[in-house]
Design a protein around this ligand. Structure first.
Ligand SMILES: O=C(O)CCC(=O)C(=O)O
Ligand SMILES: [Fe+2]
Length: 529
């Protein structure tokens, strides 16, 4: 359990002092390896081939190319019709050709080309493809095929179906993030203990009294208020976003489809000021969390981007939803902002690394423009969990990662510059997040807007938003007119005060050079902040 300092002081001595106790309490890599289910088509790890005389003598398609990745790549060029034929050619193609990601990509590409939203889903992505573009036929029943030995396929399946450790499902001693009950948190305590020193915090039950918390658990309610609109979903491993109707997306979350990085709903328009869903929490936020009350901007310095006006400021409000194991891979929040994130339905596991302390497996370029990292939570867990735990237990105290589970109704404060990864633990997870600038990060935000034009986000693809090259000047101008005291104070701070951006002036090394220096970690992909 994450503990406030006073709670820690009251703990029994042996828990505080015995490292072996702590080692036993932490989740280990093997806790994830107990998979939710067998590979649906019976693939086994490659080494099993040595136990099968028959398999060793047979020539398989996988012997003809250097590895199974290559075959999966080639199958990715097939259209739906060809893939449907190919899976009938041999056992190997049957298993490889039913990889859910191949059929998902076919759905996404064709929906994109035909400008069609995904309005219904089946029990597998292949069923969805058939249902959307042909007619409804009885669902595909996966057959378990003997004799398919493939590390690639088995690893993908492990990333799709890793076990969620039991201790993540409730408050537990593995939680190290500070937590405070909403009843005990005042504006001044929040600012002096957490926001100003830039420390993440879990605020227990802060959203429990929100109307959203009561209402959004009922699918009918959400469906009523989302009728006729679609929601954008993305995945780090999918080639295109998917636009879903809400009923189809809720069915997708409830389905048994297992994917390496499920499509995640991250919608910046659903919570527009004045909208029905926005009204379900905004008054309540002002009452329960006065430190984030936008109305008090002039006195508490919160959400200073407001001075630009709603349409002109960078995106700042998102509705988030996703199925079990969906989530966000390591990132730092945009534009040097702080954020709060309220878990409305479902639990979320959070992992934080402090500013300037790069998480294992993450390789930012010196200027932060590019970051290489595993693109799915599962891949990161399987490759880097041991190193994470080692750092959690024995890195210098101020460099240690922090962890916690947010229960429904809890709100997390995400300070600027902190790396974080989030994984959803329940079948259906819904959250609200707002990003903001306050007097505590204003000086860094101004430096960021001035010097990191390539990294500015949330304002490039909307006509009315201020574009990156003008944002710094426009922001300063509006601050000067509306809240000059905050601007003057921020301009007096001569350097970055957050280590996330301290080394920004170091000579640029390419991401490839850095990844090489970091050693032979098996798979990296590129992503851009
Ligand atoms: O709920 C999540 O997936 C986390 C979202 C996040 O990182 C954020 O809001 O900044
Ligand atoms: Fe974030």
């Amino acid at each position: 359990m994450g503990k406030s300092k006073s709670e820690v002081a009251e703990e029994p001595c042996e828990r505080r002092t015995s490292p072996s106790k702590r080692i036993r309490l932490d989740v280990t890599a093997s806790d994830f390896a107990e998979l939710e289910d067998h590979h649906p088509y019976g693939a086994l790890p490659g080494g099993n081939v040595f136990f099968s005389e028959q398999a060793r003598q047979a020539i398989r398609p996988s012997d003809l190319l250097p590895d199974d990745d290559a075959w999966l790549h080639i199958l990715g060029y097939c259209n739906g019709r060809d893939l449907a034929f190919l899976v009938r050619v041999c056992r190997y193609f049957y298993v490889a050709g039913h990889s859910p990601e191949l059929w998902r990509d076919l759905v996404l590409r064709r929906c994109h080309t035909e400008k069609r939203p995904i309005r219904s889903v089946g029990p597998t992505w292949k069923d969805t493809y058939v249902k959307l573009f042909y007619s409804e036929i009885p669902p595909h029943q996966p057959m378990s095929i003997p004799g398919i030995y493939s590390d690639t396929m088995y690893r993908l399946h492990s990333c799709r179906s890793f076990c969620i450790p039991k201790v993540w499902l409730d408050r537990s001693p593995t939680d190290t993030l500070e937590r405070v009950s909403v009843k005990d948190l005042t504006v001044s305590r929040f600012k002096s203990r957490y926001e100003n020193p830039n420390i993440p915090l879990l605020i227990e039950e802060a959203a429990k009294g929100w109307k959203a918390f009561e209402r959004w658990n009922q699918p009918e309610y959400l469906l009523q208020h989302a009728a006729g609109r679609t929601f954008r979903t993305t995945s780090g491993v999918a080639p295109l976003p998917g636009n879903f109707s809400l009923d189809a997306y809720l069915d997708y979350c409830e389905s048994t489809i297992l994917e390496e990085a499920p499509l995640y709903l991250f919608d910046r328009t659903a919570l527009e000021p004045g909208s029905h869903l926005w009204n379900d929490y905004m008054d309540d936020l002002q009452r329960s969390c006065p430190y984030w009350d936008p109305e008090l901007m002039k006195s508490n310095g919160h959400d200073l981007f407001q001075v630009l006006g709603e349409g002109r400021r960078p995106d700042h409000t998102w509705l988030i939803a996703g199925p079990k194991r969906s989530g966000s891979v390591f990132h730092i929040d945009p534009n040097c902002t702080h954020a709060w994130n309220a878990a409305i339905c479902g639990r979320k596991r959070w992992i934080f690394y402090p500013p300037g302390v790069t998480p294992p497996g993450v390789h930012p370029s010196a200027d932060g423009d590019e970051v290489t990292l595993p693109l799915s939570v599962g891949e990161w867990i399987f490759q880097f969990w041991d190193e994470h735990i080692q750092r959690k237990q024995s890195a210098p105290r101020h460099e240690r990662p922090l962890e916690c589970t947010a229960m429904p109704g809890d709100v997390i404060f995400v300070p600027h510059g902190w790396w974080h990864l989030v994984v959803n633990l329940d079948k259906m997870n819904i959250a609200i997040t707002h990003n903001y600038v306050s007097d505590s990060n204003l000086s860094n935000t101004l430096k960021f807007l001035e010097t990191k034009l390539d990294q500015i986000s949330g304002c490039r693809d909307r006509e009315e938003s201020i574009k990156p090259e003008h944002l710094s000047e426009e922001f300063k101008k509006a601050l000067k007119q509306q809240v000059p005291e905050f601007l003057n104070k921020a301009l007096k701070v001569p350097t970055w005060t957050c280590r996330a951006w301290k080394d920004a002036e170091a000579p640029k090394k390419s991401v490839i050079e850095q990844a090489k220096e970091a050693g032979p970690s098996s798979s990296f992909s590129f992503s851009f902040l």
